[in-house]
Design a binder for this molecule. Structure first.
Ligand SMILES: [Zn+2]
Length: 99
C-alpha cells in the first residue's frame, strides 16, 4: 500500500495539486499500487493526475513502453475510462488521516 496526499476543495472536489494557500484541506489516502488501472488493467504502480486508480501511463496517453497513443487508441481508452467504475478513487476510500 502507498500513501498519497490530496487536497479537498470547499465544494467537495479533490485535487492532487497542493493548494493549502487557496484554502484547500490536505488529507492522506492509502491505495494499493498493485490494483488494476481502470483503463488498461495493469497494476497502477503509482497515483497520477487521474487519481489512484489510473496509472501514470494511461494518464499521459502512453503505452508502458513509452509509445504515445494514436488517435484511435486515445478514443478507445477514453471510452473505457468513461465506462469503467471508479473502484478506488479518493471519494470511495476511507480517509487514512486528516492533517
Ligand atoms: Zn493504465
Amino acid at each position: 500500500m502507498r500513501e498519497l496526499t490530496l487536497y479537498r476543495h470547499p465544494d467537495g472536489g479533490v485535487s492532487i495539486i497542493k493548494g493549502t494557500e487557496l484554502g484547500l484541506v490536505p488529507f492522506t489516502v492509502t491505495y494499493d499500487e498493485n490494483a488494476p488501472c481502470r483503463i488498461c488493467g495493469e497494476p497502477v504502480v503509482s497515483a497520477s493526475m487521474g487519481g489512484t486508480d489510473v496509472c501514470p501511463w494511461c494518464d499521459c496517453g502512453r503505452d508502458r513502453d513509452g509509445k504515445q497513443w494514436g488517435y484511435r487508441k486515445l478514443l478507445e481508452m477514453g471510452e473505457r475510462a468513461r465506462n469503467s467504475v471508479k473502484t478506488h478513487s479518493p471519494e470511495t476510500q476511507s480517509v487514512a488521516k486528516e492533517k
